[in-house]
Ligand binder design. Structure first.
Ligand code: PLP
Length: 445
């Protein structure tokens, strides 16, 4: 085998190949001590950039409770925890296995779910676990298409496609940003999907889960609600409650609005599904799972049990205020007639006037304002996403309130509409951020 290559990932686009080549040249040269120092310098620089000097409006991110973050670094994840509490394969886990029990109990309490699976590495894997528990390769599912926030894990390139599922779109009504239940009923009767997936990576408004459940019951399908983004608000009781409204299954990421470590969860109301998913988690797709993350997760659930309602309310209040403020600046905020811009912590802008979603986001990043592109059910932008997605969860945790949203909107408008050089705006952003450095809505020791 020839192991000499010009580049470690020659299949990547040119920009990415260059970024990797540059970083290799800078950070992999010299003695091991140099590499060690460089590694730590990168972590320090990252923390300063993301946690101190930028306005984080990325919708799928958050800042963790430092007490939860500290648990990630404790001596837990490297001790393999295989099998059920009370009968672990390797010895010495009598304390650690109780952390798993605490986390499981807290997650079930938080989501009022009879069953939860916490040994899931990510939201993407949570979806894979659900597809494996409910479908065989070749079976049909229906899922939100990308322009309605449908996630790659519901589609061909992700978990659903890699598992061999036949994926069909859930019909929608773009004007209402809602599921078209009449067309869903006729399509579902024709296609007979095993699973109908609800929600995705942009959720401006709650979906009619009860309506979907009614249709699913007519054809014997299961309803999966993907709460990757909405789990934090659902936990706070300030967004829809998918399991109570009829979803058989709910998956989520735990690092987005949830505000915990990077991991995933599956909740279900059905004992049979819970048992199948339990066996997929172990011995199926993991041997050890990360107990450090599990301890951090338990801490994050405590945060949500205590502060979740106030946090969710402030996330939504901030989104309302930011939507209004951006519209007042003349920015094209996506919305629904009679319903406004959002009922969650998410907002979206039309990206065509700014060259596309990723183009605009990269431009804004130079001003230290962080967000990213998203697909919207409006006219496409060639070679880029047609929307810009915004989430208020992180700035909410850093203490921003509706009072500050006009200033945030101004920063966006100065770069996107005022054609100010982002580098000029950056200094003002750093100055503004100085006053917001304390993490709110988390439990103190
Ligand atoms: C982010 C996201 C996921 C994947 O979550 P990870 O925890 O990053 O694997 C799944 N579904 C949706 C809708 C998402 O937005």
């Amino acid at each position: 085998m020839d192991t000499r290559h010009d580049h470690p990932k020659p299949w990547l686009p040119a920009d990415c190949r260059q970024a990797i080549a540059d970083a290799e040249a800078e950070y992999l040269k010299g003695e091991l001590a140099d590499i060690d120092a460089g590694l730590h310098a990168l972590v320090d620089a990252h923390e300063r950039h993301m946690d101190v000097e930028t306005i984080g409006l990325n919708a799928g991110t958050n800042v963790m409770n430092p007490r939860a973050a500290a648990l990630l670094g404790r001596s837990l994840g490297n001790r393999p925890s295989l099998g059920y509490p009370g009968d672990k394969y390797e010895m010495g886990m009598e304390y650690a296995e109780r952390i798993e029990i605490v986390a499981d109990g807290l997650v079930r309490r938080l989501f009022k779910a009879p069953f939860a699976e916490i040994r899931v590495g990510s939201g993407a894997l949570a979806n894979l676990y659900v597809f494996m528990a409910t479908c065989a390769p070749g079976d049909r599912i229906m899922a939100f298409p990308p322009e309605m926030g449908g996630h790659v894990t519901h589609h061909k390139a992700g978990a659903a496609g890699l598992y061999g599922l036949d994926i069909h779109p859930v019909p929608y009504d773009a004007a209402r940003m809602a599921i078209d239940l009449d067309r869903l009923r006729s399509e579902a009767k024709r296609l007979k999907p095993k699973v109908i997936t609800v929600a995705g990576s942009l959720c401006l408004f709650p979906y009619d889960v009860a309506g979907v459940r009614g249709i699913a019951d007519e054809i014997g399908a299961l309803v999966l609600y993907d709460a990757a983004h909405m789990a934090g608000l659902i936990a706070g009781g300030r967004f829809q409650q998918p399991l109570a409204e009829g979803a058989h299954l709910m998956t989520c990421s735990t690092y987005k609005a949830f505000g915990g470590p990077p991991s995933g969860l599956v909740m279900t109301t059905e004992q049979g599904l819970a048992e199948t998913i339990d066996k997929i988690a172990y011995p199926g797709l993991t041997a050890n799972f990360d107990l450090g993350k599990t301890a951090a997760l338990a801490m994050s659930v405590l945060d949500l049990l205590e502060h979740g309602q106030a946090y969710a309310e402030m996330c939504i209040a901030n989104a309302h205020a930011l939507g209004e403020a951006m519209a007042a600046e003349g920015l094209p905020v996506h919305g629904v007639a009679g319903r406004g811009h959002t009922e969650s912590h998410h907002l979206a802008l039309h990206a065509a006037p700014f060259g596309g979603g990723q183009t605009a986001s990269k431009h804004l990043a130079k001003a230290n304002v962080l967000l990213c592109g998203i697909g919207l059910p409006i006219q496409a932008v060639d070679g880029d996403l047609n929307g810009i997605r915004i989430g208020t969860q992180e700035v909410t945790r850093f203490g921003l309130t509706p009072k500050e949203m006009p200033q945030v909107a101004r920063f966006l408008a100065r770069v996107l509409k005022g054609n100010e050089k982002p580098e000029q705006v950056k200094g003002d952003v750093i100055e503004f951020r100085r006053a917001f450095q304390t993490i709110r809505y988390v439990r103190e020791s």
